[in-house]
Every structure is written in structure tokens, then in C-alpha cells.
Design a protein around this ligand. Structure first.
Ligand code: NOJ
Ligand code: MG
Length: 549
């Protein structure tokens, strides 16, 4: 199947299904649940990292790119997983974390032991003449981005946790080593690759301070050389397979650069993730803050990206959720009264757009953030650091907790809720993160009498079977509506109008005259009447299809 017809499902292995009772999901557990994935009918699965890792950042701190962490299973489990998924037509996408390695990686360990070759794999720098750190850059997880390099007088750069040391991509040996990793997994039958924060690899050779008032990330994020690196990696690895599927995780990118990364003429990546739409509930761009989402901004971003990427023949990954984001239902939908309808609406928005939809595990049953009542339940380093920083900056413990509760990455990392039992059917042991609302939201109930899973099946099928959904162009509907986000798709003689009511209040929109004779392709409510004043119920989505032939 062409990429434009595919839907990708994301599994956070630690939280999907635990086969051995240690409270942590594993590869055998995923194998057990293949029938479920088959039922949903997704084309490919992106797995978050399960390589050998001290797990300081849940596997994004890789100590060995070539081996499976024993917590998750063995290489033969992995090979069985690939084979069994292949047998049911599902491809595998692995997470390639190449901006940094764990400080436990042998490259870093050799560097520490004085091996010059491996010292050139990392950014090692001296303190400034006044003894201060090499630059004033901040780590994305809080604190300075430099830590002392062993007992030398050098420091090493880490944009994330101190145990995640940044690789120096200026060094051709680093780039070749990364291509080798990709090729190793390609040989095991892997066709998909996600490249973690790949657009922060393009740092300058001379690392300098960010001027006062300028965020340090603007100095090293999304620089032009990233495209050179990607072209080289493409040619040396996945680009040799015409059916490979790649996605770059792009921090603070632009439409222009994202076209560059994904226009097929450039031979870089199949598609990119951007995060602008997921910052529309940030106060002044700050994650650790709270406000209701800004609907006009959200709409303009979704529309602007879809329009721009279409015009430049770029390709986007479409998503609301992943393992780094609180559940979208709690942010852009209604996790209470209209949980199901708003989940369907959000899904419709992205699944009928131009790009490749990603479903994050549990989204298809309407999972929401857990209801934890103290910091004791949170485990993510980012959340723990943020809580401390908020309190230090003057927030009361209660206010800091409320912010962390709505923003923590743990929100999406809770175990998949298979049934209503105390451990959500996830494990027989003690789950590494506590589920809280499985009595109400779980796979068993959803499959027995829910409508959301079935709605996802319909969306997936529409993309797989309808050329207009897969390949149609994108056009703006009106952007001035107070509560509806709509758009047009067009292919040959067909036109599709997708309307989505983002609120609990019903509303009406003027049906374009030409669409009065259209048919309903999909709606999350029964009994739709096509009339000049179209009525949209709470969180209703409506897709109208017109064939002018
Ligand atoms: C992005 C990943 O999605 C996130 O989970 C991780 O912490 C950072 N990259 C660092 O690897
Ligand atoms: Mg286990």
C-alpha cells in the first residue's frame, strides 16, 4: 500500500501488555495482542525504544542500539514479533535515537577512558576562561546542558538528561555509525524508522552563548545542515528500500523546512512530526503552564500547515497524541460528558486530512489522563524536575501539582486498559504506572458495546480505500467560524467537505450550495440531514462527499 493510504499505530512497549508479570510491558505481550491490532486494521506500528538502556528517560537513553533490553525480551522475541506482524500485513517502525546516547553506551565509556576516537563522538568543551560552563545553554529537562566529563577539566553537552550525551554529527564516523544501526534493523525486516529529535543534530562547530533574552534552542534547532545529514543517511540506509517509511521528529520547525525534509525530490524523509498545534494550550509558549486551548490559533495552525505542505508537496504525520503529550481528549475534547463524541471528532479532524495519521495506543478506546492525587504517582524525570522548578520559582505545592497533573508525560504512559479489573488486565504484577479509570474505559467494554473503536475502524478503512482521502488536495474552508474547524479535499471530480464542531454546544453552518446534493461519507451521529443550514450537534463531525460525474 502507498504511504498515503497507511495508518500507523504507536505502541509504548512499557505500557502495552505485560506477559511475564513484572509490571512492565514486553515484546511477548505485544505478540499476544496482535489480533487486536489486526482488528483495528492498522498498517504499521511504531514502537518506542526497547533497546538496552538504563531507562533514565524510558529508553530514549540508549546504551546499545543493537540489543533488546532484557526487560522487554530477547532478539528472538523481536524476530518473532516482526514475523507475526508481517504475516498479518503489519509493518514495523523502530525509534532511532541518534541525537544522543546514554552515558552508559560503550562509545561514551571509551571516551571517558581517554579514547580519542570516541571523544570525537561527543561535544566535549572546556569551561570559559572565567570558569563558567562552555555555553549558557539549558537542558530541555531543566538545569544546564553541560556536565563535567569524568575527572577531566572538560564538559560534555547534553540537551536532555545528564545521562543523555549529545553525539557530534560533524564527525562522519558518527553519521556512518548511525547508518549502520538503521541497516542492521533493516536486515531484520524493519521498514519503518522514526528519528528522534533529529533536527537538533545540526549544531554549529563553535558553540556559543545564546544572547540575553534569546532561548538557546534557537541556536541549534532546525538548521540547514540537518537536511544534508538526512540526505546522507537516506542514501546510506533506508533510502535503498523504496518501501521504507520514515518520520522525523522535528522540534520547533517551519513549514518551509518541513517541505524540504519531505518533498520526495529531496530524498530525505517520508514525513515529519511538528508540534505547533500542541502548544495552543501553553501560556506564552511555556509548557508548564495552564490555559484552555486557543481554538482560533489551533485552527490557523492546522490549516496553515496543511495548506503549506500541500503547496510544497511535503507530507505531514498527523497526530494528537503520543508518549510525550497528555491525552488530547483532556486538552481539546471533553473527557467527561462527551468523551466518546469528542474523541471521534478529534480523530476525524486528522484522519481525513492530507498526511499520515498516527494513533497512539488507547486513543481508539478513548483513554484519558489518569487521576492521580499526589506527586508520588509520577515517575517521569521531566515531570519531577518541572515540579521542583515550579515550587522553586514560587508556586505553592498545590498549584505546582495542578500544572504537573495536566502536563506530565506520564499521562499518556499509563498502562493500556484491557479490562475493568484492578490492574486493567495489563499485568498480573504491580503495574509500573498506576491505572485509575479502567472501570469506565477499557478494551473489553469498548469492543462489547462501544462505538469509538468501530469509528476508528471506519476512518482507517476510508483512508485505505478512498483515493480522495489518501491523495486529495487540501483547501481551506472558512477560518472565521467560532466553533467549527472545516476543510475541503479534492481529487478529480470528487470533493469532500469535512466539518468538525469543537464544542459541546450545537451549532449551524451554511452548507455550500454545491454540497446540497452531496452524500454523507461519515458522521459520528446518525440521521444527518443535508440542508442549507447544516446542524452540527455537540462535537459532531460530518464528512460530505460530492462526485460531480
Ligand atoms: C523525544 C522523545 O519522544 C522523548 O520521549 C524523549 O525524552 C526525547 N526525545 C529525548 O530523546
Ligand atoms: Mg514484562
Amino acid at each position: 500500500m502507498k504511504l498515503s493510504q497507511q495508518v500507523i499505530y504507536q505502541i509504548y512497549p512499557k505500557s502495552f501488555y505485560d506477559s511475564d508479570g513484572d509490571g512492565i510491558g514486553d515484546l511477548r505481550g505485544i505478540i499476544d495482542k496482535i489480533p487486536y491490532l489486526q482488528k483495528l486494521h492498522v498498517n504499521m506500528i511504531w514502537f518506542n525504544p526497547f533497546f538496552v538502556s538504563p531507562q533514565n528517560d524510558n529508553g530514549y537513553d540508549i546504551a546499545d542500539y543493537y540489543r533488546i533490553d532484557p526487560t522487554f525480551g530477547t532478539m528472538s522475541d523481536f524476530e518473532a514479533l516482526v514475523a507475526k506482524l508481517k504475516a498479518v500485513g503489519i509493518g514495523v517502525m523502530l525509534d532511532m535515537v541518534f541525537n544522543h546516547t546514554s552515558t552508559e553506551h560503550v562509545w561514551f565509556q571509551k571516551a571517558l577512558a581517554g579514547d580519542r576516537k570516541y571523544q570525537r563522538f561527543y561535544y566535549l568543551r572546556h569551561a570559559k576562561p572565567d570558569g563558567s560552563l562552555p555555553t549558557n545553554w539549558e537542558s530541555k529537562f531543566g538545569g544546564p546542558a553541560w556536565s563535567p566529563f569524568g575527572d577531566t577539566d572538560l564538559y560534555y553537552l547534553h540537551l536532555y538528561d545528564p545521562t543523555q550525551a549529545d553525539l557530534d554529527w560533524h564527525n562522519p564516523a558518527v553519521r556512518a555509525a548511525c547508518a549502520d544501526v538503521v541497516n542492521y534493523w533493516r536486515d531484520k525486516g524493519v521498514k519503518g524508522f522514526r528519528f528522534d529529535v533529529i533536527n537538533v543534530t545540526g549544531k554549529a562547530n563553535q558553540l556559543v552563548d545564546a544572547p540575553k533574552g534569546v532561548a538557546s534552542k534557537t541556536l541549534y534547532t532546525d538548521t540547514p545542515v540537518v537536511q544534508d545529514y538526512l540526505r546522507e543517511l537516506n542514501a546510506a540506509s533506508f533510502g535503498q528500500d523504496a518501501n521504507s517509511v520514515t518520520v522525523g521528529e522535528m522540534s520547533s520547525t517551519t513549514i518551509k523546512n518541513s517541505i524540504g525534509y519531505t518533498n520526495p525530490d529531496n530524498h530525505e524523509l517520508s514525513m515529519v512530526f511538528n508540534f505547533h498545534h500542541l502548544k495552543t494550550d501553553y501560556v506564552d509558549g511555556r509548557k508548564w503552564s495552564r490555559m484552555p486551548f486557543d481554538f482560533p490559533r489551533l485552527k490557523h495552525l492546522l490549516d496553515g500547515w496543511a495548506t503549506g505542505m500541500d503547496a510544497g508537496n511535503g507530507w505531514q504525520a498527523l497526530f494528537w497524541n503520543n508518549h510525550d503529550q497528555p491525552r488530547a481528549l483532556n486538552r481539546f475534547g471533553d473527557a467527561g460528558r462527551y468523551r466518546v463524541k469528542s474523541a471521534e471528532m478529534l480523530a476525524t479532524v486528522i484522519h481525513l486530512m492530507r498526511g499520515t495519521p498516527f494513533i497512539y495506543m488507547g486513543e481508539e478506546i478513548g483513554m484519558t489522563d489518569p487521576d492521580y492525587d499526589s506527586m508520588a504517582d509520577y515517575v517521569d524525570i521531566e515531570a519531577l524536575n518541572a515540579y521542583r522548578a515550579l515550587v522553586r520559582s514560587g508556586y505553592s505545592h498545590a498549584d505546582a501539582f495542578t500544572i504537573v497533573k495536566t502536563k506530565a508525560r506520564d499521562n499518556s504512559r499509563t498502562p493500556m486498559q484491557w479490562d475493568a479489573s484492578a490492574k486493567a488486565g495489563f499485568t498480573t504484577g504491580r503495574p509500573w504506572l498506576r491505572p485509575t479509570n479502567q472501570a469506565k474505559i477499557n478494551v473489553a467494554d469498548e469492543l462489547a458495546h462501544g462505538e469509538l473503536f468501530n469509528y476508528y475502524q471506519q476512518l482507517i478503512k476510508l483512508r485505505q480505500t478512498m483515493p480522495i482521502v489518501a491523495d486529495g488536495s487540501y483547501q481551506t474552508w472558512r477560518l472565521d467560524d467560532d466553533q467549527v474547524f472545516g476543510y475541503w479535499r479534492q481529487l478529480g471530480s470528487q470533493k469532500l467537505l469535512v466539518l468538525n464542531n469543537f464544542y459541546a454546544a450545537a451549532t449551524t453552518v451554511d452548507c455550500p450550495t454545491e454540497m446540497l446534493t452531496a452524500k454523507v461519507l461519515l458522521s459520528n451521529y446518525d440521521e444527518v440531514t443535508i440542508q442549507p443550514k447544516l446542524v452540527l450537534k455537540p462535537y459532531q463531525s460530518l464528512a460530505l462527499l460530492l462526485d460531480e460525474n
